[in-house]
Design a binder for this molecule. Sequence first.
Ligand code: GDP
Length: 526
Amino acid sequence: MSVQQQEVDLRRTFAIISHPDAGKTTITEKVLLFGQALQKAGTVKGKKSGQHAKSDWMEMEKDRGISITTSVMQFPYNDCLVNLLDTPGHEDFSEDTYRTLTAVDSCLMVIDVAKGVEARTIKLMEVTRLRDTPIITFMNKMDRDVRDPMEVMDEVEDILKIKCSPITWPIGMGKEFKGVYNILTDETILYKSGQGHTIQEKRVIKGLDNPELEQAIGNYADDLREEMELVLGASHEFNLDEFLKGELTPVFFGTALGNFGVDHMLDGLTKWAPKPLPRVTDTRTVHAEEDKFSGFIFKIQANMDPKHRDRIAFMRICSGKYEKGMKMRQVRINKDVRIADAVTFMAGDRANVEQAYSGDIIGLHNHGSIQIGDTFTEGEMMKFSGIPNFAPEMFRRIRLRDPLKAKQLQKGLIQLSEEGAVQVFRPLNNNDMIVGAVGVLQFEVVVHRLKNEYNVDAIYEPISVATARWVACDDAKTFEEFKKKASDNLALDGGDNLTYVAPTMVNLNLAQERYPKIEFLKTREH
Ligand code: GDP
């Protein structure tokens, strides 16, 4: 087997999707604890203790105790090398989250069993559906008084339209949470509270009929036997093919805070989740096992290190191997660059990488020439597809305090939009600059960065824009006519793509009825 093949086989690259507060940060902490990347869990994000996450970079995050950036952590587990891409939990940064989901091969969905399926999980699942990403489910907070696990599993099936296959099943809940029964191995794994900060010694009772079960969990033993009959009858058997197609999710129960069950989930992930998958380009499909290097940029992060004021472009390697000092071609501008200082993200600390393989994420220093969606190769002219822009949901008009700085403002906004920090729209028929965002915090970041990086003082004004759609049409004549008639509602985005800017949703609906041949697109590929 080639070295490339061996390295590919080792890798699992995933992200966590969840509603805020479901426990993503806590799980990340425990996952890293298992990965031995951190000596002691508790340093990922200390909302309360005042310690700050190793994965939180920007000062704004510290002030607010939220995670804005997407960071990457690599750690070994069960003979695998796992890449965990952290996604901002705060909904204001969902656009980054969406794009991060294009750079992974599987996702962990975390559900708070007290709450069930929540809004953001629904939205994020929609995004994973674009690529049928395999989903592993962790049902969290079993140490609390939660809802009936069966009911929550049904809810996942109904709302998220994915079959559930419980791998473990919980015994009791809240103060009476006793552990889980593993259906595949026929083992009961016992829970002991108050050990959340350590890797617990595994206490296992083999066999559901084992009398030791009575000694360990008393009356719960009989209940469990009865319940398991029901559960097995009412749920789906695990099927690897269906999992890999994104049609079925293996379900694990536990408590991240109590550090119980996270390792079961990681066992499942390393065993079943796909190794780096093939990716589609405009010319062909690229396989992870290929020797020649290729990758694409899914995120650009500014000022991760305030001392250096640098921007890091995050690249998912799709094939071949990165080696320090190698020459890569940036396909969009057809230019070769030598990269000697790519960074990797071992537990949030940056260090220079010597080598990285398919499935890994590396960070390139960006001095302004790299854009989201850019493809890098060893010379082949191709472009990875499927890195989307999402239609913004909030809009403001941006105005200068000093009107002489219009050029800088435009330059700054266009660069920020190329980075994906925000979207900008310039109406065809007036001189407004409209800023569009998926979340309100993006607006603040933009004003902050305009001032710091472009020396431009800008303020916002409300504007009555409800939504925007990229427009396209196969028929040139119809398109020209549309452009003339609808010009008051048309604008160019940061990449000069034509956009229909609608004052109200009713407006959009009317336009769609009136111009049936025009496509109004909610996402646009870079
Ligand atoms: P995130 O917003 O998804 O990153 O959620 P966090 O990991 O920050 O968790 C939100 C809150 O739930 C925090 O107060 C955690 O301590 C708490 N929490 C997380 N997991 C558990 C759990 O298994 N049991 C209990 N009781 N609380 C938990």
